[in-house]
Ligand binder design. Structure first.
Ligand SMILES: *[C@@H]1O[C@H](CO)[C@@H](O)[C@H](O)[C@H]1NC(C)=O
Ligand SMILES: *[C@@H]1O[C@H](CO)[C@@H](O)[C@H](O)[C@H]1NC(C)=O
Ligand SMILES: *[C@@H]1O[C@H](CO)[C@@H](O)[C@H](O)[C@H]1NC(C)=O
Ligand SMILES: *[C@@H]1O[C@H](CO)[C@@H](O)[C@H](O)[C@H]1NC(C)=O
Ligand SMILES: *[C@@H]1O[C@H](CO)[C@@H](O)[C@H](O)[C@H]1NC(C)=O
Ligand SMILES: *[C@@H]1O[C@H](CO)[C@@H](O)[C@H](O)[C@H]1NC(C)=O
Ligand SMILES: *[C@@H]1O[C@H](CO)[C@@H](O)[C@H](O)[C@H]1NC(C)=O
Ligand SMILES: *[C@@H]1O[C@H](CO)[C@@H](O)[C@H](O)[C@H]1NC(C)=O
Ligand SMILES: *[C@@H]1O[C@H](CO)[C@@H](O)[C@H](O)[C@H]1NC(C)=O
Ligand SMILES: *[C@@H]1O[C@H](CO)[C@@H](O)[C@H](O)[C@H]1NC(C)=O
Length: 759
């Protein structure tokens, strides 16, 4: 066919198409649905290949609502399109593909309609294919209104968990009308949309009880086609959340079993998640708020708060609870907090202390009672080793302390005195070993007489007792020879002899025992004590003198003498013994002693009648008896001076009393005459006759000086004055002396050898 002929046929063909073809869906051919977005493109397909190979397509026509918009005549190879439909050239046809396609771009609302294509073949019947094209109009972006009808921008709140969120999502326009749905974090929470009061507007009103899961953004989606993704808008919910999980974990300073070591620092961490806004973390140890040594950081990426606490546990913290409390500061206190609690396991070297169990004081045990010591141990972990120490050396089993010396108690049934000393126990565990402070245990026992027994020191008796505790009372039994026993009680071990009543001149039988509150003493201390050595020394520097018409013994006093005694010893007529002829006291004139002032003075004793061959003795005495006597023998000169006058015999004869009386009358008459003239001369004493014995030069000089003074003084002294004033008082009763010759040692050879002649 030539080109011109084809041009001529085209209008005819158009007429034929226009009037002949009317498509009835279902009857003339199948209909499929297609969608196109307003402004987008839609491609309609039409299978145009003949069913039989020998056949061939003659004509292809596209109709919209039964009006042709495009045609192609294969016989002449010409195509035609409706100018209005193909305005701005938006329609294109691809005949080289199977199925052939009609593509319409820049779709308009009025493009919607029922399209169909008609394909005429050379041999086979005509084919009709329908496509029902709908044009989709996308709605506006969603926007939000709160319950008051106010527009909500990107954020709502704050809300708390459990609150109900009320929010409307609105969409304007859209064809077909869109569906509006609420999503929270990808999950559909509400799809119940509906028409609004305003025409052309759809809305979905959300009533959402808020839970922790709604903390993400809330999204509203509007969709009316599957050709494109739904339009959506999001709003942030400011949701205050209490901390959800708080957990404590050890960072350093613990071993694998999470135990701490007393005194060693450790770091513990606390993590709190789920809180909004960030929580504050507080540390508590039991009821103590730890405000120091901790820091807190907020990890934005995981929305967790982390706090690290530096903790140096002490022994007392064992078993304490450590809590980490996370509190949301934005919330009300009662529901803002959550805590994690752990119990501290603090290990430490044992703490040990020794204590005594049983009656009595803490550190005392009575001999033969039970000694029970207890080692009080506090340890974590439990101890695996116990040892006992006595006086700092380890106690081994099998000895005085029994077989088991690795037990917490140490028991000795009958405590001996050798158990006294320092006791300590030591305990060890995996952390270390500790030894307790030693406790000194005293073993108390009843009083016993010690080796020293009773001693006499100077004038005091001492009772030597071994006792623990020391005695609080001493009981004395003193028995002077031949006398009744005296009982005395003293608070101390000392008994001054002055407390003993009665003579001390004889040896004393003394016993003493003590009491210390534990028990009384069994066997007392016992001793016979002689007090002889307490007697004064022999008088020294004695002499015989004829003074004041009598023979006197004169001595210089000696120390510790309370009185002196003179005695006269005379040769027995029948044998060669010396017999006591006279005894008297010695004394010194107090007045004289005072007049002389300080310094030695003399004690004197009158000897009475002395004969040739007599011996005169002087002894110094005190409460313990008298010293041995110093014996002096008078010289002939002294005896002569002391001899009585020649008329002495007259006085001794009764017969001459009458003569004497006559003579006296005569003498009286004479004397009245002579008396006046001679009165003074009569008072003049005879010069003394002195016999000095046992004198050294100093004593002699002293005595001589004494004589000179005495002569000078005699003129003022009364003629009748004597020196015996004090001696009478101190003279012991004569009966006593006879009864107890013990005081008077018989003169012996030694003493007589010391006698010397008078000067
Ligand atoms: C539509 O018009 C353009 C130019 O205006 C043309 O190129 C195109 O081929 C026409 N489409 C059809 C199917 O004829
Ligand atoms: C074509 O689609 C529209 C809506 O999309 C519908 O109302 C109409 O009935 C359909 N026509 C046919 C023939 O299916
Ligand atoms: C806290 O809880 C959240 C979820 O509730 C979980 O994802 C997180 O791992 C938890 N954190 C810890 C430390 O347990
Ligand atoms: C915290 O993290 C969120 C996302 O998890 C981010 O949007 C925010 O900007 C971060 N804030 C800071 C201060 O880094
Ligand atoms: C917090 O304390 C821990 C342990 O003491 C330490 O390791 C960490 O560096 C501290 N962090 C800050 C931010 O100070
Ligand atoms: C504490 O730790 C010690 C040592 O690991 C263990 O023996 C002991 O049983 C622990 N105590 C408690 C109460 O957990
Ligand atoms: C000693 O006593 C302790 C505790 O009472 C006990 O565990 C231990 O086995 C005893 N040892 C011996 C050797 O009996
Ligand atoms: C132990 O020590 C005490 C003094 O602390 C001592 O008196 C005792 O004699 C000592 N015992 C032994 C057996 O060494
Ligand atoms: C006198 O007695 C005291 C005390 O008893 C004693 O110390 C002194 O030695 C005694 N003097 C003489 C000379 O015996
Ligand atoms: C010596 O004689 C006296 C009496 O003159 C007498 O008492 C005494 O016992 C006699 N002594 C001796 C040893 O015979």
């Amino acid at each position: 066919m030539d080109h011109r002929m084809r041009r001529g046929l085209a209008p005819l063909l158009l007429l034929f198409i226009k009037y002949v073809t009317a498509f009835i869906p279902g009857a003339d051919g199948p209909v499929s649905a297609a969608q196109g977005l307003e402004g987008g493109a839609a491609t309609l397909a039409c299978p145009s290949a003949p069913d039989q190979p020998a056949d061939e397509m003659m004509l292809l026509v596209w109709y919209k609502d039964n009006a042709p918009v495009y045609s192609y005549d294969a016989r002449i190879g010409s195509s035609w399109s409706n100018e209005f439909f193909n305005s701005s050239g938006r329609v294109s046809v691809d005949l080289h593909r199977q199925p052939t396609t009609l593509t319409v771009s820049r779709l308009r609302e009025d493009d919607e309609g029922l399209y169909h294509c008609r394909v005429d073949f050379l041999m086979t019947p005509t084919r009709n294919i329908g496509v029902n094209l709908s044009i989709v109009v996308v709605p506006s972006f969603p926007f939000f209104l709160d319950e008051m009808g106010n527009k909500v921008e990107s954020k709502v709140g704050p809300y708390h968990e459990g609150d109900t969120l009320m929010l409307s999502c609105l969409v304007i326009g859209g064809r077909p009308p869109p569906r509006i749905s609420w999503y929270s974090g990808g999950a559909l929470v509400d799809a119940s949309d509906g028409a609004s009061e305003v025409p052309g507007v759809k809305e979905n009103e959300l009533y959402l009880p808020l839970t922790r899961d709604h903390s993400g953004p809330l999204t509203c989606r509007a969709s009316n086609t599957e050709l494109i993704a739904p339009v959506e808008a999001s709003v942030e919910i400011e949701l205050y959340l209490s901390p959800q999980n708080v957990s404590i974990h050890w960072v350093s300073g613990t071993d694998s079993e999470e135990t701490l070591r007393a005194g060693e620092p450790a770091v513990v961490g606390c993590r709190a998640g789920g809180s909004h806004p960030a929580p504050t973390l507080a540390w508590w140890l039991d009821h103590r708020h730890l405000t120091q040594h901790s820091n807190q950081t907020w990890l934005n990426s995981s929305q967790t708060a982390v706090s690290y606490l530096q903790l140096t546990p002490s022994v007392g913290d064992h078993g304490a609870t450590l809590s980490c409390i996370a509190t949301n500061p934005a919330m009300e206190p009662e529901r803002a907090s959550r805590a994690d609690v752990i119990t501290l396991n603090v290990t430490y070297s044992p703490i040990v202390e020794v204590s005594k169990v049983g009656d009595g004081k803490m550190n005392e045990v009575v001999e033969l009672d039970t000694l029970h010591l207890e080692c009080e141990i506090k340890a974590n972990p439990p101890v695996d080793k116990i040892e006992w120490y006595f006086n700092d050396s380890k106690i081994h089993g099998g000895g005085r302390w029994g077989d088991n010396t690795s037990a917490p108690s140490l028991v000795v049934e009958e405590a001996g005195r050798d158990l006294a000393g320092r006791y300590a126990c030591a305990a060890g565990n995996s952390v270390g070993e500790t030894r307790a402070h030693a406790v000194t245990i005293s073993v108390l026992y009843k009083p016993e007489c010690s080796r020293d027994g009773i001693t006499l020191d100077q004038e005091t008796l001492t009772c030597h007792i071994d006792s623990l505790p020391p005695p609080d009372a001493y009981f004395w039994h003193i028995t002077p020879v031949g006398l009744e026993t005296q009982q005395l009680t003293t608070g101390s071990a000392l008994l001054p002899l002055s407390q003993i009543i009665g003579p001390l001149t004889e040896p004393l039988h003394v016993t003493c025992s003590a009491e210390n509150g534990i028990a009384t003493q069994g066997k007392p201390c016992e001793r016979v004590i002689s007090l002889k050595h307490l007697r004064p020394p022999q008088p020294q520097h004695c002499d015989l003198a004829f003074e004041d018409d009598e023979v006197q013994m004169r001595c210089i006093p000696v120390e510790n003498a309370t009185h002196y005694e003179v005695s006269v010893w005379r040769m027995s007529s029948s044998n060669t013994s010396l017999i006591l002829a006279h005894r008297g006291a010695m004394g010194w004139g107090t007045g004289l002693a005072l007049a002389r002032g300080p310094g030695p003075w003399l004690v004197r004793g009158s000897l009475g009648q002395l004969r040739a061959g007599d011996e005169a003795g002087a002894a110094a005495c005190n409460v313990y008896g008298c010293s041995t006597a110093v014996l002096l023998r008078p010289t002939d000169v002294l005896l002569y001076a002391a001899s009585p006058p020649w008329w002495h015999f007259l006085l001794e004869r009764d017969a001459f009393i009458a003569v004497g009386a006559v003579l006296l009358i005569a003498v009286f008459i004479l004397s009245t005459y002579i008396a006046v003239a001679y009165s003074r001369r009569r008072c003049k004493p005879r010069p003394p006759m002195v016999q000095v014995l046992q004198l050294d030069d100093v004593a002699r000089e002293y005595l001589q000086a004494l004589e000179v003074k005495r002569l000078a003084a005699s003129s003022v002294r009364s003629c009748s004055s004597g020196y015996s004033g004090g001696s009478l008082e101190s003279e012991p009763p004569a009966v006593d002396r006879v009864a107890k010759p013990y005081y008077w040692d018989q003169p012996d050879v030694t003493h007589t050898l010391h006698r010397e002649s008078a000067v």
